[in-house]
Design a protein. Structure first.
Length: 168
């Protein structure tokens, strides 16, 4: 049992460290964008399929509920509270995880969530700036935190598939 406790502690530390690094990188990229690139706000073409833009998302994924007047005054507070509860649950899961893939996945998801919560506290909205497009069609603008959350979910799915295969 002692061996597993030490391994679990290392995985918890790794996931927590990764979450911190992701949150710092996310906030650093947003600070760079806001302080240097978007003065004044504009579209910055980087390639024929990628721009830097400045977009504020007050809603959730893909801008859902971005402009809902009925809850606009409380929206940021509600989303911050939900994110903090989810972060607490994810941290609890991290303290119990048994695999590297799960610890990495949880670290990425938690770091991305922390980065976006910091934006909501500071600005009342999440700063999005990565704009991929093709043939006049633009994907929703997103940020490093969003990318980390997606990568983390992929790691968690991979972990689930590997563990299910080992059990089966």
């Amino acid at each position: 049992m002692n061996h597993f406790a030490k391994a679990g502690d290392k995985l918890t530390a790794l996931g927590t460290y990764l979450a911190g690094v992701v949150a710092l990188l996310d906030q650093g990229s947003k600070a760079w964008l806001l302080d240097f690139v978007m003065k004044p706000p504009r579209v910055v073409p980087v390639t024929s399929w990628f721009n830097l833009v400045l977009s504020w998302n007050k809603g959730v994924t893909f801008g859902l509920f971005n402009h809902v007047p009925a809850w606009e005054a409380w929206q940021s507070y509600i989303l911050i509270a939900i994110a903090l509860v989810i972060l607490a649950l994810l941290f609890r899961w991290l303290t119990q995880c048994e695999t590297l893939w799960a610890a990495l996945g949880l670290g990425f998801v938690m770091g991305g969530a922390v980065g976006n919560v910091i934006d909501r506290v500071r600005f009342g909205a999440v700063t999005d700036f990565l704009d991929f497009h093709i043939d006049g069609w633009h994907w929703y603008a997103f940020n490093l935190a969003d990318s980390a959350i997606v990568c983390g979910i992929c790691f968690l799915a991979l972990d689930h598939l590997v563990m299910a295969r080992k059990k089966g």
